[in-house]
Design a protein around this ligand. Sequence first.
Ligand code: ATP
Length: 248
Amino acid sequence: MTAPLLTLINLSLTFPGRAAPALSGVDLVVQRGETLCLLGPSGCGKSTLLRLVAGFATPTAGAISWAGQKPEIGFVFQEPNLMPWADVADNVALPLRLAGMGRRAAAPLVEAALARVGLAGQERALPRQLSGGMKMRVSLARALVDEPEVLLLDEPFASLDEITRWELNDALQSLRGGVTILFVTHSVFEAAYLADRVALLRANPGKIHALVTLDKASASGAALRASPEYAKTCATLSEGLRQAMMPT
Ligand SMILES: Nc1ncnc2c1ncn2[C@@H]1O[C@H](COP(=O)(O)OP(=O)(O)OP(=O)(O)O)[C@@H](O)[C@H]1O
């Protein structure tokens, strides 16, 4: 059974000094526990939509409505944005420390968050000692450490090599169900792998072109990537993206 967590109603945003809206008339219902990917051409408003949901920006028109109180939200950006002078534990603990929690109380939560992203035992490492993929795992652990109900990810794995990206996709997939995920990507393959549903966006103005519900195969990892279902989903999304990029 599905339960709506977030409803966007006729959401629009025109940036100051811009004639055309970045987003126009976006209606979307996000279900609790789903992974929804936002896929579309550059400039169609994917990041803007995520920032509106996070509360980093204010819509010009329309409404954002949560079922109940606005939940705790974790945000992961394209860059890991780690403090270079602080070790992994202190980087991950940042949201807890900013909320006033002491280092000792934060330690078990940091440990648990690191275990969830496959970095158990790396507390004392410094960012410069980590690979790009490990830095992104730290960034993911920092977003998870205060157990958010919602995770917003803005092209988090775009600058990683393909194999590392697959590993990070698997790390994210292991969180599925427990947290509601909105994931911005340019990659048809990543969306096909991760999403329960894909919102295909078109540009000028940014709006939802189509919502695609994916048939989730029971397989994961290499078996899913090699499956005919996955190939079919990639083809469906590629065609959807092509249509979303055609002029109206
Ligand atoms: N702070 C801003 N001020 C003015 N215009 C902006 C601002 N931020 C974004 N825009 C414009 O809004 C539109 C949507 O931008 P946005 O970054 O949301 O798109 P995107 O789909 O995430 O793009 P990309 O895939 O390239 O990251 C673009 O035309 C962009 O130039």
